[in-house]
Write a protein that binds this ligand. Structure first.
Ligand SMILES: *Cc1c(COP(=O)(O)O)cnc(C)c1O
Length: 711
């Protein structure tokens, strides 16, 4: 092949275990339950200290230790078995090859502004990115030819610190590329670049490749020689808040992304936009045809069938749109190339519903995609209503927006101990039959005591992790003792523990449970029935109300009467998310209905045997059956937010007081709550197969990708 990716970091490893280098360079390791052992065993302290970064770890781990392990029979047995699995993963005939051989050589191109693959590659901010990351991992597991496009954000996403007074501070961490699982794409020994024109200049992009199992992810990077200093920073950060840079970024993603795939010699047959940020790709694809003689109308018709658009936003204000003068500023060269006048061009995506006229990215995507979807059943309904005005002649139910409910990548989020338990009781091949309900009918064969023991273990593990984090933070100084308590040092590994971790946006109502603090204090401090609540989450740095919400929560957490049972953990990321969804007993979500398009963290919790306690919004509205968790509030619309908040809070307190807490503490002689475990089993059985990316990606293939190939 003429394209090369600069060989990733060279590791100086003993020959017998040299393949660890290969493993470190493919994110496949991140969803193998044995990986923490394969790397960690060589030096657990260092593995933890480096934040589970195998590339840096292999560079820094002591050579003598490596030589010792290269001769250690026990280690080598595990190593050999592991690499056997690794090799067979890449050679075995997969679901997609059997069911959809027509995708060979015609990959699906998947565009997203962010990808949440692992905490060591912080190019994601939250749910949208984690969903994209899980989509890639599942596509790899299914053997679906898929290539992905995003950005290499050199400054990563910010780390969060909370001041003593509860104010969010953001720290930027420029990434050290040598420690990342990325390699530069080159051609004839020079970096492969593509150009994107703006009216007064061109911007060049180089391309980094990340291997996600069998799926390549291409990350665009404008930090190249020849670009001016301003342009070199365009891809440095996620979601610039100034619209100027934002529109430029989105042009780079949509237009630059198509050109990058072309330059790589790829021939995608389907173009999937994860949210509207990438919607300029529709225009670039049309432009290609116009350049070879088509009219724009014909070009749009021809390309429409292969464009797929997933919307994630249930509120008009949340949508990405630009004032027309910005479009003039950056895209004035494009409409003549499409054979359009300015008016015709603007009309494609003009949002008549905005206060001032704007160019709307979701409208662009909706109009130029053959298939569009929301991310839960309710969100599909909400989207059809919201965008009905684009199809005034159609009844709401006929608006061409379907729904595919989100899922999570099971292996990525499941604790190793649970995998062991499932292998024992559901069969060693359970993961291959993850979305088959028959697999889950065997869950009742798991003895309650064994499942309870694993749950207890996971909670202890989370509490140890929390303590180590506080210890580290305290040792480094500048941390007030009250913050030490607020970070969970008084946590009791045996008490009922509720998790609330997500982005701090006001509609998620992190403070709903704090609306009657006295009632809450009473409830968490009852004798013999203690309750702990762990909060975590970042607000977007420009989101003042979000930051104020964190402060409000933090000020309550700090109060002495909580007895250290309310906790706020700084710097929510995928690593902390993993500990929380695996460790807590109850996962709470309190969005103001119907603002939660889907939500996914509750699915991660359910996989690990936590029970959901949530508003009947997004995915939970579909999953809840009365025996697999609890609801908050009613399935109805409210005329006023205040009324909705009051009703929901009352219901939340009552369910906690009367149902959740008594059930958890209703123990037999061995201190096990069998009724609780019955709910856990029901939750796993109903949620794991249905709310997995296994089901989700197959649904994308069946509803959108495969039909697009035929169009
Ligand atoms: C899963 C996940 C999210 C998304 O959670 P929601 O349920 O959509 O709020 C956000 N951030 C991280 C780090 C996650 O792992």
């Amino acid at each position: 092949m003429e394209f090369k990716t600069k060989p990733s970091q060279k590791f100086d490893l003993p020959k017998r275990i040299a393949r660890l280098g290969e493993l470190a360079s493919n994110l496949w390791w991140t969803w193998q339950p044995e990986s923490a052992h394969i790397f960690g065993k060589l030096d657990y302290d260092l593995w933890e200290r480096l934040g589970h970064n195998p590339i840096r770890f292999l560079q820094e781990v002591n050579r003598k230790r490596l030589t010792r392990f290269a001769k250690d029979k026990d280690y080598l047995d595990v190593y050999d078995a592991f690499f056997k699995k690794f090799d067979s993963y890449f050679t075995k005939k997969s679901w997609a090859q059997k069911a959809y051989p027509e995708f060979n050589g015609k990959p699906v191109a998947y565009f997203s502004m962010e990808f949440g693959l692992h905490e060591t590659l912080p190019i994601y901010s939250g749910g949208l990115g984690v969903l994209a990351g899980d989509h890639l991992k599942e596509s790899s597991d299914l053997g679906l030819p898929l290539v992905a496009v995003g950005f290499m954000y050199a400054q990563g996403y910010f780390s969060q610190r909370i001041s003593e007074d509860g104010w969010q501070e953001s720290l930027n961490n420029p990434l050290t590329f040598e420690y990342l699982p990325i390699s530069l794409v080159t051609k004839n020994k020079k970096p492969l670049t593509v150009q994107v024109e703006f009216p007064d200049r061109n911007v060049s992009l180089q391309i980094w490749e990340v291997r996600v199992g069998q799926v390549p992810l291409y990350l665009l990077d404008s930090n190249v020689e020849g670009n001016n200093d301003f342009d070199r920073l365009l891809t440095a950060r996620l979601y610039w808040s100034d619209l100027d840079r934002r529109v430029m970024q989105e042009v780079l993603l949509g237009v630059g992304g198509v050109r990058a795939l072309r330059a790589l010699g790829l021939k995608p047959a389907v173009w999937h936009m994860n949210e509207g940020h990438a919607a300029f790709l529709t225009l670039e694809r049309a432009r290609e045809l116009v350049a070879s003689g088509s009219t724009f109308v014909d070009a749009a018709k021809k390309t429409l069938g292969q464009n797929v658009f997933t919307t994630h936003t249930p509120v008009p204000a949340g949508n990405d749109e630009f004032p027309l003068w910005l479009i003039d500023k950056y895209l004035a060269k494009l409409w003549p190339e499409l054979g359009l006048t300015r008016e015709e061009f603007m009309d494609i995506a003009k949002n008549q519903k905005s206060h001032t006229e704007t160019f709307s990215m979701p409208i662009l995507a909706l109009k130029l995609s053959g298939g569009s979807n929301g991310v839960s059943e309710l969100h599909g309904e909400v989207s059809r209503e919201m965008w009905n005005f684009l199809w005034p002649q159609k009844a709401e139910k006929d608006v061409p927006i379907q729904h595919i409910t989100n899922g999570v990548h099971t292996a990525n989020w499941m604790a190793r101990r649970l995998n062991n338990l499932f292998e024992k009781y559901l069969g060693t091949k359970w993961y291959d039959h993850l979305d088959d309900p028959a697999t889950w009918s065997k869950i009742d064969t798991i003895p309650d005591a064994e499942l309870w023991a694993v749950r207890q273990h996971l909670k202890r593990k989370m509490t140890f992790y929390m303590r180590e984090r506080v210890r580290d933070r305290w040792t480094r100084g500048g941390f007030h003792p009250v913050q030490v308590v607020s970070s969970g040092v008084l946590i009791n590994p045996y008490a009922l523990t509720i998790g609330f971790a997500r982005r701090f946006a006001t509609y998620k109502r992190a403070n709903l449970i704090l609306s009657d603090v006295d009632r809450l204090l009473n409830l968490i401090n009852r004798p013999n029935m203690p309750v702990q609540i762990i909060f975590a989450g970042k607000a977007h740095p420009a989101d003042e109300p979000g930051k104020q919400l964190i402060q409000k929560v933090y000020r309550t957490v700090k109060r002495a009467e909580t007895g250290g049972r309310l906790i706020f953990l700084e710097d929510y990321d995928m690593n902390l998310a993993r500990y929380l969804v695996q460790g807590v007993d109850v996962w709470m979500n309190t969005p103001r209905r119907p603002m939660e398009a889907s939500g996914t963290s509750g699915m991660k919790a359910a996989i690990n045997g936590a029970l959901n306690f949530s508003v009947l919004d997004g995915w939970w509205r579909e999953a809840y059956n009365g025996r697999n968790g609890w609801s908050i509030g009613q399935e109805r619309e409210y005329a006023s937010q205040e009324l909705q908040d009051i009703d929901d809070a009352e219901d939340l307190y009552q369910t906690l007081e009367q149902k959740i807490i008594p059930l958890y503490y209703n123990r037999d002689a061995k201190e096990i709550s069998h009724e609780w475990i019955a709910m856990v089993k029901n939750s796993m059985q109903t949620i794991i197969p249905q709310f997995s990316t296994r089901r989700m990606v197959k649904e994308y293939v069946e509803k959108f990708y495969a039909p697009a190939l035929k169009k």
